[in-house]
Design a protein around this ligand. Sequence first.
Ligand code: FES
Length: 255
Amino acid sequence: MLNTDFEPKILSFLCNWCSYAGADVAGISRFQYAPNVMSIRTMCSGRVDPVFVITAFLAGLDGVLVLGCHPGDCHYLTGNYYAEKKMKMTKRLLDIAGIHPERLRLDWVSASEGKRFVEIVTSFINKVKSIGLLKADGEDKSLRQRLQAVKATLQTEKVRWLVGNEIDLLEKGNVFGEKLSPDKFESLLNSTVYDEYIKNWIAILLEEQAMSVGEIAQATGLDPKIISSYLVDLEQSGAVLVHALEHRTPKYTRK
Ligand code: FES
């Protein structure tokens, strides 16, 4: 059911060569659409770093729309292909973090499709209305921390490398010429993204205060045994350390 009192704040990234012109055509044709959308023109949908998306959510936006050229029409040949991979992975991470993945949408609009532009914008606004307010710039500390963990995960070299090399890993193979099947790649990406997210989430919690395994388990809702194994990794990489012992229980902090 739509919350009609709520006017979502939406940010759109429009490719210069297609959807930006499509928005222009919508204006010239006097097609009506809600004024909820702020737009940023980019040279290609592939230029939209997933970090920009999360930064927008952290700044208080409720939804992010990325519009690029139709598949096969990208001026830089594969920009929209990479945009699709990146946004898919960002949605996956939002889902892991308990944030509705449909707050982010990637779609295609050509320079002549003013009507399609309006239809996509309108349906996206309605979708975000049905999901509700996000307000990550408000009082909800846990939401902010989870988004910060998503952002940090999107910046990790491992995750960026996997997303950027998907075609090569599937079609050309690794340095030994071994190709990954799409299923194997999916499961590798899923587990990498999940592990990196949890480690970043723990690190962000420890940045604010020293915590024991039990306290981290309580804050994250994860099993203490799982937390302990991630803490071992984080300690080994030098990201966290034992801050103090409280009643013989170690409290960890961010290094
Ligand atoms: S130039 Fe439009 S999506 Fe690449």
